[in-house]
Ligand binder design. Structure first.
Ligand code: CP3
Length: 354
């Protein structure tokens, strides 16, 4: 594995390691998707799951934003919910409604029925996509693999869909702690298997998406979630491959997320980047954190907002520019492209003036 590798050459991997860069690397969560006409053309022919099951097409979709935007990293085209299918849950992406699970978890019987994941065989198509991509991506554009974090996956498995308040998931967590523990252990074991398989297949970094963790208080995070996220993050970190630990609504959780693990901490837009860097320490690499809605503003406003994030990063190494959450569906592509240019140009200028 890569722990003995020499200093990485790409901007993205250098920033993950806290090393100086010529310009701040930038990529976007959900950079492949419906805001892009190239993606919509493929979606006319295939469903989301059909794309993911066809490695050539999944690789093509992964490459679309790399070619159209000039980003500094590619993110594997897949979904955080893929592992729950071989674990035994019936997942559907319903039109206009997002993910739907037809047999969600209600109690210990359902948890006991979950199957142990063997990613290399049961998600072999994902590994094949990674393999194809490593052959196609230029050396300066590393490939990021990913998975959902234990809490966010548990929420989907219990709620059966997205939710405003996660009341089924959180009430199971509080009222059936043994069931919660058994579920989180099974999910964590599956995630370790899945992420290590992605790294073996060629992923050069991985991101753990704890998209819904902001629903928790710090005390509940520490008691019910941190041990499992920590197990996944610490086990994967042993490979030497950088791990990005991301969540949203995490302003009150950042130090606890940092303690759980992650080479890089992903920030949403609700926390000023300089505050977060002060709290986590300037030698903690961070990723973020433009508000995805800023991409709907006219260019002069957008430019000011991008520059604000760069200024708050303080011209210090260890910053990867990204949004605070995924690109929204109707985002104008030209604004996404403009950000990439702006980040490269302005961050290089800032470095010269430091
Ligand atoms: O470009 C990339 O970032 C890589 C691909 C990617 C997808 N999903 C493809 C996808 C990634 C990294 C994800 C992660 C994911 N999936 C998350 C975590 C990130 C986040 O946004 O918080 C979550 C919560 C999911 C679960 C999920 N998948 C939802 C809630 C939805 C429906 C949302 C919607 O926009 O309809 C999906 C579907 C999905 N996954 C789409 C894409 C491009 C939209 C689907 C389509 O083409 O129909």
């Amino acid at each position: 594995m890569t722990s003995t590798n020499p200093e990485p050459a790409s901007r993205f991997l250098r920033a993950c390691a806290g090393l100086p860069v010529d310009a701040t690397p930038v990529w976007f969560m959900r950079q492949a998707g419906r805001y892009m006409p190239e993606y919509r053309r493929i979606r006319e022919k295939f469903s989301l799951l059909e794309i993911v099951e066809r490695p050539e097409i999944a690789a093509e979709v992964t490459l679309q934003p790399v070619q159209a935007l000039g980003v500094d990293a590619a993110i594997l085209f897949a979904d955080i919910l893929l592992p729950i299918i071989p674990m035994g849950l019936k997942l559907e992406f319903a039109k206009g409604e997002g993910p739907l699970i037809h047999n969600p978890i209600h109690g210990i019987g359902d948890v006991n029925r979950l199957r142990r994941l063997d990613s290399r065989t049961e998600l072999g198509h994902v590994m094949e996509t990674i393999h194809l991509l490593r052959g196609e991506l230029p050396a300066e554009v590393p490939l990021i693999g990913f998975a959902g974090a234990p809490f966010t996956l548990a929420c989907y498995m219990i709620e059966g869909s997205g939710s405003r308040d996660y009341r089924h998931a959180k009430s199971l967590m509080l009222s059936q702690p043994k069931t919660w523990q058994a579920l989180m252990e099974k999910i964590s074991e599956a995630l370790v298997d899945y992420l290590l398989a992605q790294i073996d297949a060629g992923a050069q970094a991985v991101q753990l998406f704890d998209s819904w963790v902001g629903a928790l208080s710090p005390a509940d995070y520490v008691t019910y979630v941190q041990p499992y996220s920590s197990l996944v993050l610490q086990t994967v970190a042993k490979t030497g491959v950088p791990v990005i630990h991301f969540g949203t609504g995490t302003t009150s959780l950042l130090e606890h997320m940092q303690a759980a693990g992650g080479t890089v901490i992903g920030l949403d837009w609700r926390v000023p980047l300089d505050d977060a860097r002060r709290r986590l320490g300037w030698n903690q690499p961070v990723q973020g954190n433009l508000d995805p809605v800023d991409l709907f503003t006219p260019l002069p406003v957008l430019q000011q907002r991008v520059e604000d994030v760069l200024h708050r990063a303080g011209g210090q190494p260890g910053h990867i520019f990204n949004l605070g959450h995924g690109i929204l569906q109707h985002t104008p592509v030209e604004n996404v492209r403009a950000i990439v240019e702006l980040v490269h140009e302005k961050s290089a200028e800032l470095r010269e003036s430091v």
